[in-house]
Design a protein around this ligand. Structure first.
Ligand SMILES: Nc1ncnc2c1ncn2[C@@H]1O[C@H](COP(=O)(O)OP(=O)(O)OP(=O)(O)O)[C@@H](O)[C@H]1O
Length: 379
């Protein structure tokens, strides 16, 4: 089997029953799979997290509980113990992990190993120091962090997230559709660079309808209408969620809170209304300090392109990177009203089967309607 590339190796070897080739063969796990996936023994993770002590718990998400751990070599890790819904066979589990293990990008949280011993299914990630973006950004009644993000940092965060997504969608083979882009899945490192987490996880929970509807309900404000209503999951659903995230980063408001200025409107609806009234800058977070107005408006227009009702009018993530990092001219005459999805009784309502309000005009078909979103500015 593959030798672990960090301090866990010794412990893994001590833990022979779990890691010997014979034990793996018993699960139908072949050499190729073992080469691609770095296995870390349960004992190693137990000692890294003081036996999964509650004081080491750093959060709980839809997929399971996350603990902070320290390996023998001092390396800090985030240990995600997946919930009962994910208990699939070892071989199937490792097969799914294989795709995630290949992902290496500065804007994606690195998966450094996993554990599939007994009924445990655990993912081990690099530890990212500054918590998730929602903690320092969103007006959830608790900006629970002391970090304040100025415009320069926010613009950099938008661009880096776009780069991470472009890599997942367009460079990685096979590509990964994230499916759950939102502020709580963006972690900030020591220098406040963003790293996208939780990519590839949805596939570990393929047939679990309850789990899926829980997750959809929890992330309503980010859902592309064609995904929320028809379950059509394509890269363009991620592009849509990215657009919403950009609006959150600029406004400091959560997309999943419908109320704003006394009205029941989604962040995207509010933003579009302000755009039509010519007063987009009213959306800007008052805590952002000084900012470049032109650049902020440009970012908001990019968000509108990303959230177009018709999926094939949305740009690819590499186009988004270009729109955010060069002075390419945005042809906003091509903008039509964005699509949105909202449960009839507000964004916090339940799963996909309840009444919905949506402006989806058509679903994401893959016909190659050539929509020119950007034009090169005359130099
Ligand atoms: N690699 C990591 N480094 C540091 N903290 C992490 C890491 N991964 C997750 N966390 C923290 O653990 C908490 C739970 O994360 P998790 O991804 O499980 O859930 P979530 O994103 O909040 O919700 P959901 O599962 O619905 O996406 C978050 O607050 C996050 O800050």
């Amino acid at each position: 089997m593959k030798c672990c590339c960090f301090g866990a190796a010794a412990a893994d070897r001590e833990d022979g029953a779990a890691t010997s080739s014979r034990a793996w063969a018993h699960h139908g796990v072949d050499g190729d799979l073992l080469r691609d996936v770095n296995h870390i023994s349960y004992n190693t993770l137990r000692s890294a997290t003081d036996d999964f002590d509650f004081r080491k718990k750093i959060g709980r998400g839809g997929f399971g509980t996350v603990y902070k751990g320290t390996l023998r070599d001092g390396r800090e890790i985030a240990v995600k113990a997946l919930s009962v819904h994910s208990k699939q066979g070892v071989r199937e589990f490792l097969n799914e992990i294989r795709a995630m293990a290949k992902v290496k990008h500065p804007n994606l949280v690195e998966l450094i190993g996993c554990c599939a011993q007994g009924s445990n299914r655990i993912l081990v990630y690099e530890f990212v120091e500054n918590n998730s973006l929602d903690h320092c950004l969103l007006d959830l009644g608790s900006r629970s962090s002391n970090i304040r993000l100025n415009w320069g940092k926010r613009a950099a965060i938008c661009l880096e997230i776009a780069r991470g997504l472009a890599y997942l969608h367009e460079e990685l083979v096979p590509h990964i559709v994230h499916r759950d882009i939102k502020a709580s899945n963006i972690l900030l490192d020591r220098e406040l660079n963003p790293k996208i987490g939780d990519f590839g996880l949805a596939k570990l929970f393929p047939d679990d309808i309850t789990h899926i509807s829980t997750r959809i309900a929890g992330t309503t404000g980010y859902l592309a209408p064609e995904y929320a209503l028809g379950g059509q999951l394509t890269k363009k659903a991620d592009v849509y969620s990215f657009g919403i995230l950009v609006l959150e980063i600029i406004s400091g408001r959560s997309s999943s809170r419908a109320s704003w200025g006394g009205t029941q409107k989604l962040l995207l609806e509010q933003a579009w209304q302000l755009y039509e009234e010519g007063s987009l800058l009213e959306l800007v977070d008052t805590e952002m300090g000084e900012f470049d107005e032109e650049a902020v408006v440009r970012h908001m227009k990019v968000a509108f392109f990303c959230t177009q009702a018709t999926a094939n009018r949305r740009p690819s993530m590499s186009q988004v990177v270009e729109m955010l990092s060069t002075s390419i001219r945005l042809n906003d005459k091509l903008l039509t009203a964005p699509g949105f999805f909202q449960d009839s009784d507000g964004v916090s309502a339940g799963g996909p089967s309840v009444n919905k309000r949506s402006t989806a005009q058509s679903s994401d078909n893959h016909s190659s309607v050539p929509v020119t979103i950007t034009e090169v500015a005359p130099r």
